[in-house]
Design a protein around this ligand. Structure first.
Ligand code: ADP
Ligand code: MG
Length: 296
């Protein structure tokens, strides 16, 4: 490939909102046969809203304590909980000793109580008792396709908050275009399987191509495993928790970051999709194929 033609190709891409770190990246883009899509913030808007609080009788207390801790976190779940709590209750109490635990939850001290909000398995690891009625509420919320987190204080789980996200209007089209290009889309997420499958169904990805409940540090291994099967893998993501997997994908294939995402994800990637419209992912493949066809 002549350097001039590659420069023309990356110039064309940048007009389409696809920023490429170096023209040589077009070569690997052309060969992609599998594209791993992060769910939250990539396929979905990543703007969750509070949908349900259980048990209803404890609504104000659950929202006050969970909202206070989540107000210190930037995770989309946290923003939904904090905004929902503030909308109902006004000012929230202060939190001290806040800690965020990637892919697991948050903890902090509010009104003299040790509050944890997160996935039940993580709460159990922290020594929290999860009563049957709370486990049942959590299970039912997830079965309905929501993302549900458990709220605990002073060693006992007290209730469940369910949040919901919206699939981006253009994601289904993006998935269809990937298939037309012969690229297999796979959905990857730390979220629960039911919520992941609901999103997958909406965009046209079969349940068999959904990889759910993956901890941030294990996303890289998923990409490496697909590479080990001989696939040329691209990964699209937006979060801090996607960065290692994006870099791993870039070793043999391609890492793509949403321009609307975190700086860490953008730095780890070969390509930035400026607007956050997932259709730019198949477009980057078709532009590189067209460029290299002209050259050869
Ligand atoms: P994704 O892969 O969809 O971006 P994450 O890896 O960020 O998801 O989170 C996975 C799971 O960890 C969430 O579905 C939730 O159960 C839990 N979790 C992560 N961050 C938080 C938080 N700030 N508050 C409560 N739960 C959280
Ligand atoms: Mg994400």
């Amino acid at each position: 490939a002549t350097p001039t033609a590659l420069l023309v190709g990356s110039g064309r891409a940048s007009q389409l909102g696809i920023l490429i770190k170096g023209p040589e990246i077009l070569e690997s883009t052309r060969r992609i046969d599998t594209m791993v899509l992060d769910k939250t913030g990539t396929v979905t808007e990543g703007r969750m809203r509070l949908a349900d609080v259980r048990p209803a009788a404890d609504r104000a207390e659950l929202l006050r304590l969970a909202g206070a801790v989540e107000a210190a976190s930037e995770h989309p779940i946290a923003q939904a909980v904090a905004a929902g709590a503030a909308a109902e209750l006004g000012d929230l109490p202060a939190v001290t000793d806040f800690a965020g635990h990637a892919g697991r939850g948050v903890s902090g001290r509010v009104e003299g109580r040790e509050v944890l909000v997160g996935r039940p398995a993580w709460l159990a690891e922290q020594g929290v008792t999860v009563p049957d009625d709370v486990a049942t509420d959590h299970h039912e919320a997830e079965r309905s396709g929501a993302t549900a987190v458990v709220v605990a204080w002073d060693g006992t789980a007290r209730g469940v908050l369910a949040v919901r996200d919206t699939v981006k209007a253009t994601s289904a089209q993006a998935v269809a275009r990937l298939r037309e290009l012969g690229v297999r889309p796979i959905l990857l997420t730390g979220d629960n399987r039911a919520a992941a499958e609901a999103v997958a169904a909406e965009v046209g990805i079969p349940a068999a191509d959904v990889i759910a409940e993956v901890l941030p540090e294990d996303k890289l291994d998923v990409v490496a495993r697909l590479q080990g099967e001989g696939r040329v893998v691209a990964m699209v993501g937006d979060g801090v928790n996607d960065a290692a997997a994006l870099a791993q994908a870039g070793q043999q294939g391609l890492g793509l970051a949403m321009g609307t995402g975190t700086d860490v994800a953008i730095e780890a990637s070969d390509i930035t999709l400026v607007t956050g419209d997932l259709r730019a992912a198949p477009t980057s493949i078709s532009v590189s194929r067209a460029t290299l066809r002209v050259i050869k």
